[in-house]
Unconditional design. Structure first.
Length: 425
């Protein structure tokens, strides 16, 4: 493996944007290494064809590459069978697929258990089922930002059909004990879905050892291109589920009044797939595999450890952060504010003037000021509005780390926060 300093050289954007460019928004999307960019270009230059149906050699070559991509992704997350991998646009589409397909069998009075720390992608698709009488329940968090396991136990009932939880919070960085939760969920006779958008790119994830029923994740958050993601599902469950989209490729036979479906996973991949996206994702997972996911996790733990140390030493006025202090259960995410901007009621949004600002620095102002120092962070509610309401804040600024970040990046972030604090204090 290259040193972490050398790894940064694998990403063209950092040389193109200049040596002082610091990118701290990998929870939103990651930068792309040269091997991923080259893999996509190579496919278009040498193997471009539609897949599955072609008899000629170029189409067969493209089909084989597409199949290799599925196998690579399957191995990366510990799946024993490539047929358990369905290619989708992103984790959001995968969760919509599950809500639609699994939701068809739910009835009034059935319950779905989520958590208050979920991304909107793991809330809104399930809300579509409320009209048929399905009830959504939310597990709370403790004061240190971890999942309240007592609350989970109390809300897991004989009416709970599905439990769908994030593996790692995109705002708090909290890493949930999904293996332990899987046992509870299955003992209850429920299905367990994991949103792995913030875990699969950052730590070893083995679906076989976790024993989840489904796992979703996005390629663009793990060095791959946008527009490609994956749904893992246990094979027997995928075979029982109804298709999400209809059209070409997902059928076996079509008649005027009915159709029959192709085998899994093609049953869920209607139309021409994002072949070049799958190729790019394969290059990304192979790149991460060469580094080693244990090493990725170790690197991010060191960065978040250093972050919390610098926070303790910081002279920034009213610096507040959110999430567990235990780095063993926290990903490389640091959400913070200079003073807490609190909503006057739960209907307040970022666009409202009806918020208590006081002497606080609005996260948008923080992000804009940091951008002036060539440091890119995210600001807002991070598609986690129920969680920001639970924290009683309107928004936060968020720095999120990845393999191309260093201790120097963290140090420069805190130096900039301190300078901004002096300006606004």
């Amino acid at each position: 493996m290259h040193s972490w300093e050398q790894i940064k050289n694998d990403f063209p954007i950092f040389s193109n944007k200049g040596k002082d460019f610091i990118y701290l928004d990998s929870a939103a999307t990651t930068q792309k290494p040269r091997v991923v960019i080259d893999a996509i270009c190579n496919f278009y230059e040498n193997s471009n064809s539609n897949v599955h149906r072609g008899i000629y050699r170029l189409s067969e070559e493209a089909t084989e590459i597409y199949s290799q991509s599925r196998s690579a992704v399957s191995r990366f997350i510990g799946s024993s069978d490539p047929r358990q991998i369905v290619f989708v646009r992103n984790a959001t589409e995968a969760l919509n697929l599950l809500a639609y397909s699994l939701g068809r069998s739910l009835k009034a009075g059935d319950e779905i258990l989520l958590s208050i720390m979920e991304h909107h992608s793991n809330i809104v698709p399930w809300q579509f089922l409320i009209d048929k009488g399905v009830k959504l329940k939310f597990v709370d968090i403790t004061e240190d930002g971890t999942l309240d396991m007592d609350d989970l136990d109390s809300k897991l009932t004989d009416r709970t059909r599905i439990v769908s939880l994030t593996h790692c919070s995109n705002l708090l960085g909290t890493i949930n004990d999904v293996s332990g939760i899987a046992g509870k969920v299955h003992d209850n006779g429920s299905l367990f879905i994991i949103d792995g958008a913030q875990s699969v790119p950052h730590m070893p994830v083995d679906v076989s050892s976790i024993d989840c029923d489904f796992l979703v994740f996005s390629g663009h958050k793990m060095l791959g291109p946008m527009g490609i993601g994956a749904l893992y599902g246990k094979l027997h469950l995928l075979e029982e589920m109804s298709p999400f989209n209809g059209g070409g490729e997902m059928i076996r036979e079509v008649y005027q009044d009915h159709s029959t479906w192709a085998d899994v996973p093609e049953k869920f991949e209607a139309g021409t797939p994002n072949v070049e996206g799958a190729v790019g994702l394969m290059a990304a997972v192979n790149y991460l595999k060469d580094i080693g996911m244990d090493n990725v996790r170790k690197h991010e733990k060191e960065l978040i450890r250093y972050t919390l140390e610098l926070e303790q030493e910081s002279r920034a006025v009213n610096l507040v952060s959110y999430g567990p202090r235990d780095i063993n259960i926290r990903g490389g995410i640091y959400s913070f504010n200079l003073g807490e901007i609190r909503p006057l009621n739960l209907q307040d949004t970022l666009m409202d003037d009806n918020i208590n600002v006081g002497s606080a620095v609005h996260p948008h102002d923080m992000a804009s000021s940091l951008d002036g120092d060539n440091i890119s962070v995210r600001s807002g509610h991070h598609c986690a509005m129920p969680l920001t309401h639970r924290l009683n804040v309107v928004a936060t600024s968020r720095a999120s780390y990845y393999i191309y970040n260093s201790r120097d990046d963290v140090r420069m972030l805190f130096e900039a926060i301190e300078r901004i604090s002096k300006v606004y204090s």
